[in-house]
Design a protein around this ligand. Structure first.
Ligand code: ADP
Ligand code: MG
Length: 617
């Protein structure tokens, strides 16, 4: 028998290891930025082409490397950062495994230029798929420049696996922002396809936060500080008004390393609990300094998890520091009124939810099978309508098309809910009325139907927006703003906006592009006045945070987010004609039973149920 076990060639071993370290362009960005930080750079430039698929280059003005070190840096387990086992327990540098460069070099074409201060000439090294192509002396500035080209060029399966450019870019921005937040004393710039996206001067943490997230944060930051012998906490939390509807702007750093930690996140959330709406996520950038022997970061090269040996104490101090910060800003009064509002809403919805809900049996699609076709009525929609006509007695005397004609100037066409005639009595025609400006109650054959006006409107708008997007904006109607509004964006949001610009225009937004801002001149007809800015900002915020691994910014997603942002709010008073139009449009929509997010838009209580309330036993 012959022996079958053999050692893998280095290049193959590196390629396999690369699978762990290098998952996507953003992983390369992280490793290169961290190397520049470890090399004590004071200015770091990140240059990206095609979301990192063509080029990822980091230029720093740090220590540079000798010629031998430069060559060595691409060997696996080659590091200048630890020497012996003991060092593992007191790591203060970002890197230490010595496998990043070797892994990256195994799956890309690399060009390194580096020079130490003490050397007159630097060295240039080119490596492709772990293979040294050239090494020569060269004149170059002090510091290091590493260009990583055509990532995964030799591993087609992985290259094909990369996501769309916006998604890969979003991951890159995430990594860039994390490193930039952790090191405000270092200046950073970021170019993408020759456009400068960020230029962050050195400064204090607060300044860095403002340059990354936008000027609004100037008013929103509250410093947060606390210290016990085990750990020091410092950083900023956002005032409650900075809270977002989606998770995203929450950062923990332990010894300047970005981490995710559910338990510590909970510590912050409980401190905020009293002052934030249930679905709000607070902003925070919190740094913990803790002696390295009390933590274990040696879990996985790319993981952002960390273990503390005394987790409970860390939890307690984080919680206390956030509470104190909130308290110290005398916002108690402000908060109380806010949480009070929310309580009223909670009570209201609880009360109405306690009706047993019942959804009529029809052949409607389940919310999961979203196979929408837009506004033209398909045979299925027509049959939806017919079905509804049999249950909904209010429709017996009028056809939907006559509703549509009647409603030409109502809110669903050109006007906003706010402007709708406000003097209508709440009870309408005896059979249909609005309850607490939240639900529409109407008599149907089976009994009583309760329709959620906000969710119903979402469904209608979703169909409308999706139709516009799929037809390249054909048939869009915009309303001109009396005064154009300037809306400022953070550089990252602005980049995102540029990616969905066509779609936003197709929906009916009219605007000029300025420097990191837009001048909004018109908005889709029917969009609530004076809320255009908020709606657009919220939309981008949601879009940013809902970047999914699988899909691009699909039409469905854009339509869904836009509909949920711009649907009329609770508290909007509706006239008779508006209620009728709403119902008519809902029942001729692609899926009247459910909002685009799958929440039921209505419940029916049948006569039997109602009757049972009044039976004595
Ligand atoms: P690690 O950072 O874990 O040590 P890397 O593979 O990222 O491993 O880098 C290997 C070595 O190359 C580092 O230990 C460092 O000595 C050197 N090096 C990498 N990047 C730079 C840089 N930008 N400036 C100076 N030295 C660098
Ligand atoms: Mg490194």
């Amino acid at each position: 028998m012959i022996d079958v076990i053999r050692l893998l060639p280095d290049s193959l071993a590196n390629q396999i290891a690369a699978g762990e370290v290098v998952q996507r362009p953003a992983s390369v960005v992280k490793e290169l930025l961290e190397n520049a930080i470890d090399a004590q750079a004071s200015h770091i430039q990140l240059i990206i082409k095609d979301s990192g698929k063509t080029l990822i280059q980091v230029v720093d003005d740090g220590t540079g490397m000798s010629e031998t070190d430069a060559r060595m840096s691409f060997e696996r387990h080659a590091t200048s950062k630890i020497k012996e086992q003991e060092d593992l327990f007191k790591i203060m540098t970002m890197g230490f495994r010595g496998e990043a460069l070797a892994s990256i070099a195994a799956v890309a074409q690399i060009e390194l230029k580096t020079r130490r201060n003490v050397d007159n000439l630097g060295v240039q090294i080119r490596i492709e798929a772990s293979e040294l192509k050239s090494q020569e002396k060269t004149a170059c500035p002090k510091g290091t420049s590493i260009a990583v080209k055509n990532l995964f060029f030799n591993v087609p399966a992985r290259r094909n696996f990369l996501k769309s450019n916006p998604i890969e870019m979003k991951h890159i921005l995430d990594e860039f922002q994390r490193v930039a937040l952790a090191f405000p004393e270092v200046s950073f710039s970021l170019f993408h396809n020759e456009t400068e996206i960020y230029n962050l001067p050195k400064g204090k943490l607060a300044q860095r936060i403002i340059s990354i997230f936008g000027k609004n944060y100037r008013e929103w930051l509250i410093p947060c500080q606390e210290e016990i012998p085990l750990v020091r906490v410092k950083g900023y939390i956002g005032k409650p008004e900075a809270a977002k509807k989606t998770r995203g702007e929450q950062y923990f750093f332990v010894n300047n390393r970005y981490i995710k930690h559910g338990y510590l996140h909970h510590a912050v959330m409980t401190a905020f609990q009293e002052v934030l709406p249930k679905d709000g996520f607070p902003f925070y950038v919190i740094f913990l300094e803790i002696a390295p022997e009390h933590i274990d970061i040696n879990v996985h090269p790319t993981k952002t998890e960390i273990k503390f040996d005394d987790e409970k104490s860390v939890y307690a101090i984080v919680n206390a520091s956030v509470r104190k910060a909130l308290g110290s800003h005398h916002m108690g009064l402000d908060f109380e009124s806010k949480s009070f509002d929310f309580k009223i809403e909670d009570i209201a919805s609880e009360k109405y939810n306690s009706f047993t809900s019942y959804t009529p049996k029809t052949n409607f699609d389940s919310p999961k099978e979203n196979n929408y076709t837009g506004y033209q009525k398909t045979p299925r929609e027509q049959s939806n309508l017919n079905n509804w006509e049999t249950i909904f007695s209010g429709l017996q005397n009028k056809t939907v098309s006559s509703f549509e004609k009647e409603s030409n100037n109502s809110l669903f066409q050109e006007e906003t809910p706010q402007n709708a005639s406000k003097n209508e009595p709440e009870s309408i025609e005896g059979k249909t009325f609005q309850l607490h400006q939240r639900y529409i109650i109407t008599q149907v054959k089976a009994g009583l139907m309760i329709i959620d006006q906000h969710l119903a409107h979402q469904r209608i708008l979703y169909d409308k927006y999706l139709n516009l997007l799929q037809n390249h904006g054909n048939g869009r109607v915009s309303q001109q703003l009396l005064f154009p509004i300037k809306i400022e964006f953070s550089p990252a949001d602005f980049a995102l906006l540029a990616e969905v610009e066509t779609e936003i225009r197709n929906l009916g937004f009219v605007f000029d592009i300025l420097d990191n801002s837009i001048l909004l001149k018109g908005s889709p007809s029917g969009m609530p006045h004076e809320q255009e800015k908020e709606i657009l900002e919220n939309f981008l915020e949601q879009l940013k945070n809902s970047v999914s691994e699988l899909t691009n910014h699909s039409h469905e997603k854009i339509a869904r987010l836009m509909a949920s942002r711009s649907a009329m709010r609770y508290g909007t008073r509706l006239s008779v004609a508006e209620i009728q139009t709403l119902l008519a449009q809902l029942f001729s929509s692609s899926n009247p039973n459910y909002s685009p997010n799958g929440e039921p838009t209505m419940v029916v209580m049948d006569m039997l149920q109602i009757g049972q309330w009044f039976l004595s036993e």
